[in-house]
Design a protein around this ligand. Structure first.
Ligand SMILES: NC(=O)c1ccc[n+]([C@@H]2O[C@H](COP(=O)([O-])OP(=O)(O)OC[C@H]3O[C@@H](n4cnc5c(N)ncnc54)[C@H](O)[C@@H]3O)[C@@H](O)[C@H]2O)c1
Length: 254
C-alpha cells in the first residue's frame, strides 16, 4: 500500500494512461478523484475501481474551464477532506487539425493550448494550494517526446508539451520549500486510444518502420507509465524535485 491514506486527483482518468494510473493508485490505497470530460469513460473507471474494492469518485470536468477545475478541488475536499497528489495527465492530440504552424488555424492552436497547457495551469493554480494546506505532496505533469525532440506536423501539441517541461521546473523551484514536489513524465508510443488515433489518422506513419527503429521494438503499455507516476506520487520519491522522467522505450535516444 504505497499510497495508503493519500488522496489523488488524476485528470484524463477515463482512458489510456490516466485510467491505468487510477487503477494502480487505488490498488495502492489512494482515494482517487477520477477527472474526465467524458462521463461514460470516467464513470467506467470509477466502477471498475469500486468492483476491486477501491475508493474513487468521478468528477466531470473539462480541464480548460476555470469554473469546472475549481469544482474538482471543491468536490475532492468535500468528499475526502484532503489532497496529496495531483496528476495532470489530460491532453488532446488532434492530428487532423494540428500541423505545420503555417497551416494551423488560430482556433485549433487555442483549442490545443487551452486543454493541454491552460488545463495544467488551472489544475496547478487551484490544486497546489490544497496540497500545501495538507502539508505537502506531489504534482505530476505530463509532457511528450514531442516536448523534447522535433516532431513535425503537430506544432500546437509540441508547443504545449515543451511548455509543460519549463513550467514543471519553475513550479518545482517555487513550491519545493512548501513541500510540494513537482515532476514531469515524458511518455512516447504508449498503446492508448490517443496513440491509436494518431497512427490511424497520419497517412505518412509507417508503423513497421517505427517499431523496427524503436529500441524497445514495441509500444509501451499504459501501466508502464502509471508505475512511474506511482513512484513519483509516493513518499519513495521524496528527493525527486523538478525531474523530467522520460519513459519512451528509448525513442528519443535514437
Ligand atoms: N499515448 C502516448 O503514446 C503518449 C505519448 C506522449 C504523451 N502522451 C501524453 O500522455 C497523456 C495521456 O495520454 P493518453 O494516450 O492516455 O490519452 P487518451 O486520449 O487515451 O486519454 C486522455 C483522456 O483525457 C480525457 N480528456 C481529453 N480532453 C479533456 C479535457 N478537456 N478535460 C478532461 N479530460 C479530458 C479523454 O476523455 C481521455 O479519457 C497525455 O497528456 C498525452 O499527451 C501520450
Amino acid at each position: 500500500m504505497r499510497l495508503k491514506d493519500k488522496v489523488a486527483v488524476i485528470t484524463g482518468a477515463g482512458g489510456g494512461i490516466g485510467q491505468a494510473a487510477a487503477f494502480l493508485f487505488a490498488r495502492e490505497g489512494a482515494r482517487v478523484a477520477v477527472v474526465d470530460n467524458n462521463i461514460e469513460k470516467g464513470k467506467g473507471t470509477v466502477n471498475k475501481i469500486a468492483k476491486e474494492g477501491g475508493r474513487a469518485i468521478f468528477v466531470k470536468s473539462d480541464v480548460s474551464r476555470t469554473d469546472e477545475v475549481k469544482e474538482i478541488f471543491k468536490i475532492t475536499r468535500k468528499e475526502y477532506g484532503a489532497l496529496h497528489i495531483l496528476y495532470n495527465n489530460a491532453a488532446i492530440f488532434l492530428p487532423n487539425l494540428d500541423g505545420p504552424i503555417t497551416e494551423i488555424t488560430e482556433e485549433t492552436w487555442e483549442q490545443i493550448l487551452d486543454v493541454n497547457l491552460k488545463g495544467t495551469f488551472l489544475c496547478c493554480k487551484y490544486g497546489i494550494p490544497e496540497i500545501i494546506r495538507n502539508g505537502g505532496g506531489s504534482v505530476i505533469n505530463t509532457s511528450s517526446s514531442a516536448g523534447i525532440i522535433g516532431v513535425p506536423k503537430c506544432d500546437a501539441y509540441t508547443a504545449t508539451k515543451g511548455a509543460i517541461i519549463s513550467l514543471t521546473r519553475s513550479l518545482a523551484v517555487e513550491y519545493a520549500p512548501e513541500k510540494v514536489r513537482v515532476n514531469c513524465i515524458v511518455p512516447c508510443a504508449v498503446d492508448t486510444p490517443m496513440n491509436v488515433k494518431s497512427a490511424k489518422e497520419n497517412p505518412d506513419f509507417d508503423e513497421a518502420k517505427f517499431l523496427s527503429t524503436t529500441p524497445a521494438r514495441r509500444y509501451g503499455k499504459p501501466e508502464e507509465i502509471a508505475h512511474v507516476a506511482l513512484f513519483l506520487a509516493s513518499d519513495e520519491a521524496s528527493y525527486a524535485i523538478g525531474g523530467i522522467f522520460v519513459v519512451d522505450g528509448g525513442v528519443t535516444i535514437t
